[in-house]
Design a protein around this ligand. Structure first.
Ligand code: GLU
Length: 464
C-alpha cells in the first residue's frame, strides 16, 4: 500500500482554535498510525487577513500539543510562481480561459440567472472566445456543464453534485493572484497529499476541487469530512461558549495529552473507552470510527479528563509543566526530587495545573498564610500543648521517614490520650494553613525537619 500523506493547512488569521486543533490531530494521528507523513502548510494567500503573529501562534500551539510535522511549514505566499505555472498549464490544455467580463456584467448575469429561477452563475460569455491575456482579464476554469461530480467521502459516503449547479469559477484574478480552491488543489497535488481530513464546512468546496484534479490529470485524494465541533447549545462553537484557543487551555492548566484525548474523542470513538494516552491514540486511530454526529464541546468533561491525565502522568513530566505555573505565583521551583514529591501528593486531588500550583504553595517559602476559619477552629490554646510536645518529638528524630514520623505521632497519642485526628488537624493547619491537605506524614516528610519545626513554632506564636 502506498504511504499515507496527510496535511494540516490553517489560515493564519487568528489563534489555533480547538476545532482546528482537532482537524490537525486527526491528520497527524492518521499519518502516525499508518507510518505515513504529515505536512504543515500555512494558507496565507489572503494577505490582508493573514499575519505572521497568527502563523507563529498556530505553530506554538501545535508544538505545545506535541503535534510534529514531517514537512513544512510551507507558506502559500511563497508559492505564487507555482500557481502561475499551473494556471498556464490549464489554459494551455484548454481547461481554462481568459475572461474580460467586468464585475458589473457578471453581476447582471447572476441576477438574470436567479430571476429565471436558476442559480446565480457566470453565463460562459468568454468561454469559447479564445481571448488573450488583457489588462483586466481573469482566468476562469472551464467547468463541465452537464453530468455529476461525485465526492466519495470516507465519513459521509457518496455525495452527488450536479455540475449544472456550478459555473466557470475564477482561478486567477485580474491582478494575477490565484483563488482559494485552485491553490488548495495545486498544493495538495504538488505536496503529494493523498488523504484529506477536514471539517465538513469544506464539503461545498469539494466538487470544484475534484473538477480541478480531473482537469490536471491527477488522482483524487481520499476525502474525509468530519462534522464540526458544537457548543453545548448545539450551535457552532464560538467565543460565546467560552475559551476557544488552544493556548487558553494551556494557560488554564490543562495537559496537552488531556486536550488531545478530549478533542479526538469529540469526533471519534473506540468502543466506550474514554481515556487514551498519546500512544494509545496513535495505535488505535482510524477513519472508520470517525463519528457522523457533531461533537459537543463540554468543558466539564474536559476538566474531568484532565484530572485523570494528571493522575496518570509521570511526576517528572508534570514538574516540567508546573514550573511556569508556580513562577506565576512567585515561586522559583526547580525540577528534581523535591518538586516531584510535592506533585505526587497533589496529583490525585488536582483538576488542573493551576489547582495544583495553588495547593502546592504551602510547601514553599518560609511562612504560610492560615485560612481564617481553619486557624480559628484549630490553632487554639489547647493545641499549644500538642504542638509543643510534637516539636520536641520531631526535633529528636534522626530520620524523617513516614515510618518514624508515624512512631512519633503514636507516642504522642499515648502520652496525651488523644486520637490521631485531634493531633493531626492543628498540625495540618500549622503546616499548610488549611484543613484539607495531602496526608500529614507525607507533607511532614517532604517539607523536612527545619521547615516543619519552624512552621510549628510560628503556629505557637500565633496562638499566643
Ligand atoms: N485553510 C483552510 C481552513 O483553515 C483549510 C483548507 C482545507 O483543509 O482544504 O479552513
Amino acid at each position: 500500500m502506498k504511504q499515507i500523506i496527510t496535511r494540516f493547512p490553517p489560515s493564519p488569521t487568528g489563534y489555533l482554535h480547538v476545532g482546528g486543533a482537532r482537524t490537525a490531530l486527526f491528520n497527524w494521528l492518521y499519518a502516525r498510525h499508518s507510518g505515513g507523513r504529515f505536512v504543515l502548510r500555512i494558507e496565507d494567500t489572503d494577505q490582508v487577513r493573514s499575519t505572521q503573529e497568527s502563523a507563529d501562534a498556530i505553530l506554538e500551539s501545535l508544538e505545545w500539543l506535541g503535534i510534529d510535522w514531517d514537512e513544512g511549514p510551507y507558506f502559500q505566499s511563497q508559492r505564487f510562481h507555482i500557481y502561475k505555472e499551473y494556471v498556464q498549464k490549464l489554459i494551455d490544455s484548454g481547461h481554462a480561459y481568459y475572461c474580460s467580463c467586468t464585475p458589473d456584467q457578471v453581476e447582471e448575469m447572476r441576477k438574470k440567472g436567479m430571476a429565471a429561477g436558476g442559480k446565480a452563475k457566470y453565463d460562459g460569455t468568454c468561454r469559447e472566445k479564445g481571448l488573450k491575456k488583457g489588462e483586466n482579464t481573469v482566468v476562469r476554469f472551464k467547468a463541465p456543464l452537464t453530468g455529476t461530480t461525485i465526492l466519495e467521502d470516507a465519513v459521509k459516503g457518496n455525495i452527488v453534485f450536479q455540475n449544472s449547479d456550478l459555473d466557470d469559477f475564477i482561478i486567477a484574478r485580474s491582478d494575477g493572484t490565484p483563488t482559494y480552491n485552485f491553490v488548495v488543489v495545486v498544493d495538495d497535488i504538488t505536496m503529494n497529499i493523498n488523504t484529506i481530513i477536514r471539517g465538513d464546512d469544506h464539503v461545498s468546496n469539494t466538487p470544484k476541487q475534484i473538477m480541478l484534479y480531473k482537469a490536471m490529470g491527477s488522482p483524487l485524494p481520499l476525502f474525509a469530512h468530519v462534522p464540526m465541533v458544537l457548543g453545548k447549545d448545539k450551535t457552532r462553537l464560538s467565543k460565546r461558549h467560552g475559551a476557544m484557543s488552544v493556548t487558553a487551555y494551556r494557560d488554564m492548566g490543562y495537559l496537552p495529552d488531556a486536550l488531545i484525548n478530549y478533542l479526538v474523542r469529540l469526533g471519534w470513538s473506540f468502543g466506550d473507552q474514554e481515556f487514551f494516552t498519546r500512544s494509545d491514540l496513535i495505535e488505535k486511530f482510524n477513519l472508520e470510527n470517525i463519528g457522523h454526529a457533531a461533537g459537543v464541546f463540554d468543558t466539564d468533561k474536559l476538566m474531568a479528563l484532565n484530572a485523570d491525565h494528571i493522575k496518570a502522568a509521570a511526576p517528572s513530566d508534570l514538574s516540567k509543566l508546573m514550573i511556569s505555573f508556580l513562577k506565576a505565583k512567585g515561586i522559583e521551583a526547580q525540577e528534581g526530587a523535591f518538586l516531584e514529591s510535592v506533585i505526587k501528593t497533589l496529583a490525585p486531588r488536582s483538576k488542573t495545573l493551576i489547582d495544583m500550583a495553588d495547593a502546592a504553595m504551602f510547601y514553599f517559602g518560609d511562612k504560610v498564610a492560615y485560612e481564617e476559619a481553619a486557624a480559628k477552629k484549630f490553632l487554639t490554646p489547647e493545641a499549644s500543648d500538642i504542638i509543643i510536645k510534637l516539636i520536641e518529638k520531631l526535633a529528636a528524630l534522626e530520620d524523617f521517614s513516614e515510618k518514624s514520623l508515624e512512631g512519633a505521632f503514636v507516642a504522642l497519642m499515648e502520652e496525651t490520650g488523644l486520637k490521631l485526628g485531634k493531633i493531626a488537624q492543628p498540625v495540618r493547619v500549622a503546616l499548610s494553613g488549611k484543613t484539607a491537605s495531602p496526608g500529614i506524614f507525607e507533607i511532614i516528610e517532604i517539607m523536612g525537619k527545619d521547615r516543619v519545626v519552624s512552621r510549628l513554632k510560628d503556629a505557637l506564636a500565633f496562638i499566643r
